[in-house]
Design a protein around this ligand. Structure first.
Ligand code: 3DU
Length: 217
């Protein structure tokens, strides 16, 4: 994934024509499009290949199973045309390792969820977040997912993983996080969904976030 605008669109719309229209509109303003269960369940896995014409595709399936099942899932998703898959880290080293090995063979990326951005992540996940970040670094994953709603945690996670791994951060906009604060905390890319795809003018919404990011770099 090229680091140009440092913005990733989270495309959680349900209709494939709408997904294509928005992707076309934001071309050039985003470095990647993140596709997850809502769009894929509503419109089929082949949407990944269609959207890959507009940007790199990160498949957010938060893969969280035993190693063999994780490998089967990642194979399907890479075969469909995704450039990267998001996997959960809490399932442990072997479940992660099989995904990272497969991605390396295929020249693709794995991003590992450390701690999520919603309030409930404080119940259980935050305690494991730093351990998961360390594991992602040990396994040489491409990067981690860390919360834009808690820039101080992005800073902590950056200290643990160093500069070899990337950080991608959801939680900007609808969840209350700020693109500028998250970039200043050390994230490489912010992930923005509703603020862009629910806007009357998604291209302008994306452009505004990109200028906010540029202003603090
Ligand atoms: O809140 P938004 O509409 O900007 O969308 C954020 C996206 O990022 C959405 O797809 C959600 O499933 C994903 N995500 C988080 O919000 C928080 C995480 O910790 C991980 C993924």
């Amino acid at each position: 994934m090229e680091k140009n605008t440092r913005l990733i669109l989270a495309l959680d719309v349900l209709d494939s024509d709408e997904a294509i229209r928005i992707s076309e509109a934001v071309t050039g303003h985003v470095d990647a499009i993140k596709v997850g269960y809502p769009l894929v369940l509503a419109s089929g896995l082949q949407i990944i290949g269609k959207l890959a014409e507009y940007a790199s595709i990160i498949a957010d399936f938060k893969v969280a199973d035993i190693p063999n099942t994780n490998r089967l899932i990642c194979e399907q998703v890479f075969d469909a045309g995704a450039d990267a898959v998001i996997v959960q880290g809490f399932t442990g080293h072997d479940s992660l390792e099989i995904c990272v090995d497969l991605a390396r063979e295929r020249n693709k990326d794995i991003f590992v969820v450390t701690e999520m951005s919603h309030p409930g992540a404080l119940d259980l996940m935050q305690d494991a977040g730093e351990k998961i970040a360390r594991m992602a670094a040990d396994q040489k994953a491409s990067g981690v997912v860390a919360p834009a709603t808690r820039p101080e945690r992005v800073k902590e996670i950056r200290k643990i993983i160093g500069n070899e791994l990337a950080i991608i951060s959801p939680g900007v906009g609808a969840q209350g996080g700020s693109a500028a604060d998250t970039i200043m905390a050390g994230t490489d890319w912010v992930i923005v969904g509703r603020k862009i795809y629910q806007s009357d003018d998604p291209a302008k919404a994306a452009k505004d976030i990109v200028s906010e990011i540029k202003d603090v770099l």
